[in-house]
Each structure stands twice: as structure tokens, then as C-alpha cells.
Design a protein around this ligand. Structure first.
Ligand code: 3MF
Ligand code: MG
Ligand code: MG
Length: 432
């Protein structure tokens, strides 16, 4: 194996035999990770990172690696530590589920306000803002049949939790409330009646919006932006609102009493999971004026929710997504809703995982700016729009013939985007 700073011997591969090094103690391992992370370079300063509206969720940093087939690999991390470490990295905002920070023994009780007070103090001391709050309506047994279950007691409880989250949001200064109805559905067919369940779900959202209107008045603040987040499957096998498009239809179905207060929080991977083009899903939300908030991450098509960090799988698609959002002047937050892999340690979560995720996002965002001002792309896209003049505008063959040379530009555009992604437009070359 080679050391950074020393030139690897001719023919050394990055997957070497692995037996040239002596074993490392655990502190030596952490030191090596930190040293190699610095050796990567290309990182931004906390002050530079703070210029972007990026939020770090409590649940992402505190995720311990557990899942259906997985035992935890990391130890618990409380909100004080998460907030402090986000501040050090330069992540300017923090987001949370109610029960990420308030245990079930305290939620909806006076005790919760003492915790909220400690959160506020921690945010203030570290100069962070709480941008978004969300209600956990999927983990606890009470939501076994979902937040819009048949039993009115369950729905009343769910409603109270949504209203309570809105109040927590106002107390912490949040601007967004997110709703992920992953347990709004069923595992076995015929068990529920879909139209009734959706009507009950709408009642919960109506209660949250109405509580918000009253609370906003009381706190002298604007109402929150209420954002629905779709995922096609998991944890329910069949989810009643599986895609952002389904949610757009739901918002305009007439079931919501305040549809203007409700928009979307699409998640990049959730759209990919059902086989969609995330950029096209975002475009549809933009056209409806409903792109309020955006969960950023990465992963694979038609697989489960692997929640990898932004840009690790589909950097070219991510570049294109950000070109779309920049071109349409998207002004909302980018929420780092990913899960540091189980192989990343507690040390690695804040030393490697979060700073590198933020830095890839910033690089892709800045690159998107280069795409928007690239002369080759500009000329190509303008020429395509100008087109040619057919000799007979009513003859399909003539219309095609008059444009056909220009259409090669589609492929050239794609090549140019690849060049921008790898820096060839700035003269990066490879000697062969
Ligand atoms: C699940 C998610 C959720 C939501 C969160 C916010 C745990 O796949 O993406 O994260 O983003 O519940 O509502
Ligand atoms: Mg996800
Ligand atoms: Mg999400």
C-alpha cells in the first residue's frame, strides 16, 4: 500500500494485497481516516458551507445502523452533539421528527416543553436554525394500521401529534412541516378501503393546517409550509400516496381545506425507487408551484431505500437536477436525508460522512452554474429552439429533414455535461 504524499510505485493499484501494513490500533484507525479525509482536499470552509440552505436531520446523524436485517453499529447521539457537530461543519439548519428528540413518555405532556427549551438553547448557542419539523407516524405500535386507521382514537391521537409538531415548529422557529405517510397503506389486500382512508388522512392534515393558522397568529409568525413526502413502498407494502404525482392529485382533490398551505417535499431516491426520472418529477412539482422542500440523497432504481449520500451513485443525474432547480430559481432548503452507511463509525459520521455530503452538493450546485453559462450548451440549446425552415411545413418528411442535422446536438449536449462533470471543460486532460 502507498501513503498519500508519496508516489505509489509503478503498477500499484488502489486495491493492493493489503499485507504491507502493520495492524492499526483503534485510535490509529481514526487518525488515518482523518488524515486521508484531509488528503482528499476539495473541502469547503464552514463559512462557505453556511451560504447554502442545507439542513441536517437529527435522525440522519443519530442513525445507528439498525434495520430489519441489521443490528446497530453505532452508539446513540443526542441532539446536543448533533447540533454542535453540524455547527462545526457549517450545516446551518437542523430538522427533526418529534420523537427523535422527545421520548414517548414525554410527548404531549408538559415535560416535552422542557426538552424543546433545551433544544432551542442548543440551537441558539451554536448559531443553528431549526428549519423543519416532522411527525413520526410510522415507528410506534400505535401506528401499526397507519395514522389514518379505522379506530377514531388512533386518528385523534395522530391528529394531536401533527398539531403538536406544528406548535413545536413555531416554538423552534421552523418554516416547514413535513409529512411522510409511509404507513398509510396496507400489507394485505382488501383490509382497508382506500377512499375512506385518504379522507381520514386529509382530516389529519386539515387539523394540522388549522392549528397552524391559530398558532401562527398567536406567535406573530407566518404559517408553516406543509410538505408531503412520497415513497413508493416501505414500510407499508402498498402505500396510498406512493409518488409525488399522487400527492399533487391529492392536494387538488378537494379533500384539503387549505390546499394553498400544502406542497411537496420530494426525496430524490424515493422517486428513483419507483423507476421515475427524479428531474421530471421535480419539474412537474415546479410547474404546479408545489416544490417547497427537497430531501437530497442517492441510491439505485427499483431497490429499497438505501439512502446513500448525495452524488455517490448518480452524479451526472444530480448535476442535471440542480441545473433544473437553479434555472427555475428554487429557493427552498436541501435536506440531507441520507443514512451514513453501517460501516461508518460514530467518528466517521461527522468527520467524513456529513462534510463530504455537503461538499459534493456544493460542488454540484456550482457546477450547475457552469452548465447554465457554458457557451457550447447555450449555443446548442438555442440552435435547437431556432430550428430550420421546412420547404413544406405540412409534410412530415420535409419538417424532419429541415431539422435533422441539429438533432445531433442532443448527444453533444450530453457529452458536454459529462465533460463539465469531470472538469474537461476547464482543460482537465488524460494522457494516453
Ligand atoms: C423515510 C424518509 C423519512 C422522512 C421523514 C420526514 C426518516 O424514507 O425519508 O425519514 O424524510 O420522516 O418526514
Ligand atoms: Mg429515503
Ligand atoms: Mg425523506
Amino acid at each position: 500500500m502507498f501513503c498519500v504524499g508519496r508516489r505509489p510505485a509503478q503498477g500499484v493499484r488502489y486495491h493492493g494485497a493489503g499485507n504491507a501494513m502493520k495492524t492499526l490500533t483503534v485510535p490509529e484507525q481514526s487518525a488515518l481516516v482523518s488524515r486521508l479525509s484531509r488528503a482528499c482536499g476539495g473541502s469547503y470552509s464552514p463559512a462557505q458551507r453556511r451560504k447554502y440552505w442545507i439542513s441536517g436531520p437529527q435522525w440522519a446523524a443519530a442513525y445507528e445502523g439498525q434495520a430489519l436485517f441489521h443490528a446497530p453499529t453505532r452508539t446513540p447521539t443526542g441532539f446536543e452533539e448533533v447540533i454542535r457537530r453540524y455547527a462545526e461543519i457549517g450545516i446551518p439548519c437542523w430538522a427533526t421528527h418529534d420523537t427523535d428528540v422527545i421520548p414517548y413518555s414525554a410527548i404531549l405532556k408538559d415535560q416535552q416543553w422542557e426538552i424543546v427549551g433545551r433544544i432551542k438553547k442548543s440551537l441558539d448557542e451554536n448559531g443553528l436554525k431549526c428549519s423543519m419539523v416532522t411527525t413520526e407516524t410510522f415507528h410506534h405500535a400505535v401506528f401499526a394500521a397507519g395514522p389514518a386507521a379505522e379506530a377514531s382514537a388512533v386518528r385523534a391521537y395522530a391528529s394531536k401529534r401533527l398539531e403538536n409538531t406544528v406548535e413545536i415548529g413555531h416554538k423552534l422557529g421552523a418554516e416547514f412541516a413535513v409529512y411522510w405517510p409511509g404507513s398509510l397503506g396496507y400489507q394485505v389486500q382488501g383490509a382497508i378501503e382506500e377512499t375512506q382512508t385518504l379522507k381520514w388522512y386529509a382530516e389529519g392534515l386539515n387539523a394540522a393546517c388549522e392549528a397552524d393558522i391559530a398558532l401562527a397568529k398567536r406567535h406573530g409568525r407566518p404559517t408553516l409550509k406543509h410538505c408531503l413526502e412520497a415513497k413508493p413502498f416501505e414500510p407499508a407494502a402498498e402505500i396510498l400516496l406512493p409518488t409525488s404525482d399522487a400527492m399533487l392529485a391529492f392536494i387538488s382533490s378537494g379533500l384539503l381545506r387549505h390546499p394553498g398551505m400544502v406542497g411537496l417535499n420530494p426525496e430524490y431516491l424515493h422517486e428513483l425507487m419507483w423507476g421515475a426520472a427524479p428531474r421530471a418529477a421535480l419539474a412537474r412539482a415546479l410547474l404546479c408551484g408545489k416544490l417547497f422542500h427537497f430531501d437530497i440523497n442517492d441510491g439505485y432504481r427499483l431497490k429499497h431505500d438505501v439512502d446513500l449520500a448525495v452524488g455517490l451513485v448518480n452524479p451526472l443525474d444530480w448535476l442535471n437536477v440542480l441545473v433544473l432547480l437553479r434555472s427555475h430559481d428554487y429557493k427552498g432548503p436541501f435536506n440531507l436525508d441520507y443514512k451514513p452507511p453501517r460501516t461508518t463509525s460514530n467518528h466517521g459520521v461527522f468527520e467524513v460522512s456529513f462534510p463530504t455530503a455537503v461538499d459534493r452538493f456544493i460542488t454540484l450546485w456550482e457546477m450547475a452554474g457552469e452548465v447554465m453559462t457554458d457557451p457550447v450548451l447555450y449555443e446548442a440549446t438555442e440552435a435547437l429552439k431556432t430550428g430550420g425552415t421546412p420547404s413544406d411545413p405540412d409534410d412530415a418528411a420535409s419538417v424532419f429533414e429541415s431539422q435533422k442535422e441539429l438533432l445531433t446536438l442532443h448527444e453533444l449536449i450530453s457529452h458536454r455535461l459529462f465533460q463539465i462533470l469531470i472538469g474537461q471543460h476547464r482543460g482537465r486532460t488524460y494522457s494516453v
